[in-house]
Design a protein around this ligand. Structure first.
Ligand SMILES: Cc1cc2nc3c(=O)[nH]c(=O)nc-3n(C[C@H](O)[C@H](O)[C@H](O)COP(=O)(O)OP(=O)(O)OC[C@H]3O[C@@H](n4cnc5c(N)ncnc54)[C@H](O)[C@@H]3O)c2cc1C
Ligand code: FES
Length: 250
């Protein structure tokens, strides 16, 4: 996969999160697409060995951005001041936009792709509401940043318990008033959205299967789903990472 050296315009750190803005003049990302990213420094060429996948957080005026949590070596290097950046073209299949009104549901630190989605919905005049979870464990700096950057969103504070996804979904109220649900969150939240939306409203879920090649050749990102009534596997990197909830065989 070809990676492009890009100009980093801004690196903002808040808590253990980083927002990276970079100039991107290639194909614009669609909401829900992702890019593969690594640092450009040749000394780090094999450390870590694999590029890391991130959702396109936003794109406007030839400026792309990524929002990520610092988890391990790869994200720590990408957060370092002055680190150069190599970024792929936008990859995968994003959200399908089918008209509104729609609800966007984001969980914890996984809200990233909803920003670009909201931008597209606003541009197309599609009515939408945004519901974002703020987990009890989230640093204060993250909550401040989220409330400033998603000013129209309903923020739902949750405790670190098994009911957190239900708390967020309960804040939405009657799901049937929406023509669609778009979700990006931790696995328990996606699971809850899938179950609650079943038979009521079509939902699309952003999956984060671990990825290696990101071009469909290693099958490292296999996702179980139903195809023609039989259990089969799709590859999140080329068939997703956005999937309709009803096809997922969870
Ligand atoms: C399509 C896609 C889009 C993504 N978009 C974002 C995003 O917008 N923002 C963001 O913060 N993260 C995102 N991720 C997750 C991100 O890629 C990982 O957090 C990152 O690769 C970790 O790299 P690392 O070297 O820092 O950590 P590693 O050392 O590789 O791992 C550190 C810890 O993170 C966990 N981890 C690594 N990858 C994942 C994953 N895919 N899902 C869950 N846990 C993981 C590991 O289990 C380990 O506990 C996305 C993943 C995918 C597949
Ligand atoms: S990451 Fe290799 S097939 Fe998806």
């Amino acid at each position: 996969m070809k990676l492009h050296a890009v100009e980093v315009l801004e690196r903002e750190r808040f808590g253990d999160h980083t927002l990276l803005r970079y100039r991107w003049t290639g194909a614009p990302p669609e909401p829900g697409q992702f890019v593969m990213v690594r640092v450009a420094d040749s000394a780090q060429a094999l450390d870590p060995f694999l590029s890391r996948p991130f959702f396109a957080h936003d794109y406007d005026g030839e400026v792309g951005s990524l929002l990520f949590e610092i988890r391990g070596r790869g994200t720590a290097l990408l957060s370092e001041e002055d680190a150069g950046l190599l970024v792929s073209e936008p990859l995968g299949r994003g959200y399908t936009l089918d008209g509104g009104p729609v609800a966007l549901v984001g969980g914890g630190v996984w809200v990233s792709p909803l920003k670009l989605l909201a931008r597209h919905l606003t541009r197309s005049g599609t009515a939408h509401d945004v519901y974002l979870e703020i987990p009890a464990a989230a640093p204060e700096a993250y909550e401040t940043w989220i409330s400033e950057n998603y000013p129209d969103a309903t923020l739902v504070r949750t405790e670190a318990d098994l009911d957190a996804p239900q708390t967020v979904l309960a804040s939405i109220g009657d799901l049937s008033r929406y023509a669609g649900l778009y979700a990006s969150g931790p696995a328990p939240m996606l699971d809850a959205v899938k179950r609650l939306s079943e038979g009521m409203v079509p939902a699309q879920l952003a999956l984060r299967e671990r990825m290696a090649c990101a071009n469909g050749s290693c099958y490292g990102c296999a996702v179980p789903l139903w195809r023609d009534g039989a259990r089969a596997y799709a590859r999140a990197c080329v068939d997703g990472p956005i999937f309709p909830a009803e096809v997922l065989a969870w």
